[in-house]
Ligand binder design. Sequence first.
Ligand SMILES: *Cc1c(COP(=O)(O)O)cnc(C)c1O
Length: 359
Amino acid sequence: MKVSFVDLGAEQLEIGDAIRDAMNAVVENTQFILGPAVEGFELAFARFCGTDHCVGVSNGTEALKLVLEALEIGAGDEVIVPANTFAATALAVCAVGARPKLVDCDPESHLIDTGAIEAALSDKTRVLLPVHLYGRMVDLDALRGLGLPIVEDAAQAHGAERGGLRAGAGGIAGCFSFYPSKNLGAYGDGGAVVTSDSGLADTLRSLRNYGQVAKYDHQRIGYNARLDALQAAVLHVKLSELDAGNRRRRAAAAFYSQHLAVELPRPGTVGVFHLYTIRVRDRDRLRKQLDEVGIETGVHYPIPLHLQGCFRDLGYSKGDFPNAERAAEEVLALPMYPQISEEQLAYVVEHVNRLAEAP
Ligand SMILES: *Cc1c(COP(=O)(O)O)cnc(C)c1O
């Protein structure tokens, strides 16, 4: 048997025709830049997240960067970022000239350790940038008392909910990526910011569109960073399947959690299982053995941010964030996508239980 890590082909078998129809509609109306396809998706995604506005942008990294820029974060400012995340979270902070201030992760959930944030604050800290990693929601209530604006990196958490709020709706802005393998993925690059702050939404609309406030009226130095109309059309179709897809992911995760004999995701964690991760000793050996029996896995992420070459100027060294370092050695992500079958899940479980050693 072959079990891929994600299977976008399986999704196409279900909704490929509807996606092709939506793309054809854009081809026929020829409104390729902004226009009704982008506006239609933005309205629907804002409603889905429970915010007043959605601004479609070119990708998730740009979503983070534009929000930080709109909040006037720049040189001399610090932004709190988890050490255990995809590099783009911190790259966006560097892109506006600010400094990512890293915080270790919780040893069980692998999300930012909310109890360790306070010690990382300084008089330069301007924004908290928590990441809902793997589709698990950070407890934003634990951050609210710190008195700083919260920008959520929700790039792995489309549709996740905690305390009655959806990912993206809990702070001043939520940033999403629509990279193809995300829970809501385009057929190329895409991203969005959701917010209920009208002024922030206006600034973002201008920044993504050459800094214009009206055609040929450029009030700020802006960019070309718009969500593509064809991608918006794809995303609008796929958005209607997102809640169902997240339910199917949760059902697959429940099967794994019930049958796997290795260390499991922290019980009670609310999430949408962008990734289903386990912790094992000798992870790279297990990964290779699973590959030999046709099971594709992922490692998210093998190098924590403080040990990445691109961030060496931040002055961190090995041992600074032990939980993130341990996660980088032990975490393994198992195949996970809405269409994964019970046979495939059982096959993965059988081989993981046979081959894995507990950490
Ligand atoms: C995917 C991802 C991003 C970046 O999104 P792109 O669309 O690839 O630029 C940022 N943060 C996290 C946590 C991600 O998973």
